[in-house]
Ligand binder design. Structure first.
Ligand SMILES: C[S@@+](CC[C@H](N)C(=O)[O-])C[C@H]1O[C@@H](n2cnc3c(N)ncnc32)[C@H](O)[C@@H]1O
Ligand SMILES: [Zn+2]
Length: 286
């Protein structure tokens, strides 16, 4: 059971209250462990307390990495660089009763919820199954959000956008753009979108633009990251949410902080000054 102390009846009530079909946004019906769309042929299920809205056989790069990801919040270097200041800032915005969706929540939350109801939306089943912090766990994808139009107070993406990748930079751009289109659809007026990302420095961005497609062809799904420059988020704002206000926040940490830059290579540790990327928050206010 992913969510401690949540009965099946409570889970079914939550599904009926909060979720819609990720394909057509019609109402969902729940019978035993089967979830169906009343308007289309979409089907989902409930497994181990998790609402499954993707093919159950879907496999994610993060399936066997959730333990490493969980340890990321415990490692001092990673905490100092990526989470310490970032979570403090976020916690100031979390309010009792707010409906918050954490997109790509992984196996645990790094922040205190302060009374907000946090739904975790995550394509990796082992990650969401192991997440004991969210109030409702969904195996699903950012590009198909199971929420009605203008129903969500806040969306948080904590280092998940650079993991939304396709087989080319173009496909990757389309995937991220469809995710943001979904975010804009579901966020309420007055709501917010907090995107924490790691931004490549100019030279690293040029190398990435030349090398990404060939390296992806070679490594296939093992290359599961593409880093976006700040300019891309400016474009998303002007194309998809011109009425929102975008504030960018940088975070300071000691250049001598030692951390693990690649989840799949936990043995590799480097100093902050050797890292060609910098953590940043893109705060969109609607
Ligand atoms: C680096 S982990 C971050 C996990 C967590 N937010 C944290 O900061 O500890 C990135 C997460 O993004 C998720 N992710 C990848 N593609 C996604 C998509 N299309 N929709 C939602 N989440 C996605 C991955 O499964 C993974 O759990
Ligand atoms: Zn449907």
């Amino acid at each position: 059971m992913a969510i401690p102390n949540m009965s099946t009846e409570a889970l079914v009530t939550r599904i009926r209250e909060l979720l819609v079909c990720p394909e057509c946004h019609g109402p969902l019906t729940v019978e035993n462990d089967a979830i169906k769309c009343a308007a289309s042929d979409f089907t989902g299920s409930i497994r181990d307390g998790v609402v499954i809205l993707l093919e159950e056989t879907f496999s994610s790069f993060f399936d066997d990495k959730f333990a490493i990801m969980q340890r990321g919040h415990e490692d001092q270097g990673e905490w100092d660089l990526f989470y310490a200041e970032q979570t403090r800032l976020l916690e100031g915005y979390l309010k009792p009763g707010a409906l918050v969706v954490d997109v790509g929540c992984g196996p645990s939350l790094s922040y205190r919820k302060n009374g907000a109801f946090v739904v975790g939306l995550e394509p990796s089943f082992p990650s969401i199954q192991n997440n004991r912090d969210v109030d409702l766990g969904i195996m699903g994808s950012a590009a198909k959000m199971p929420f009605g139009n203008r129903t969500v107070d806040m969306i948080i993406c904590f280092y998940s956008v650079h993991h939304m990748v396709g087989d080319s930079i173009r496909e990757t751009r389309d995937l991220v753009t469809s995710a943001f289109r979904e975010f804009v659809r579901v966020i309420k007026p007055g709501g917010s979108l907090f995107v924490y990302e790691v931004i490549p420095m100019a030279a690293a961005a040029v190398v990435q633009s030349l090398a990404w497609n060939p390296v992806r062809r070679l490594m296939r799904k093992k290359l599961d990251m593409h880093f976006w420059t700040a300019g891309f988020f400016d474009e998303l704002r002007s194309d998809l949410m011109p009425d929102s206000v975008l504030e960018k926040v940088s975070f300071q940490s000691s250049p001598n902080t030692v951390f693990r830059p690649v989840f799949s290579l936990p043995q590799l540790k480097i100093y902050r000054f050797m890292y060609p990327l910098a953590p940043k928050l893109f705060k969109f206010l609607f």
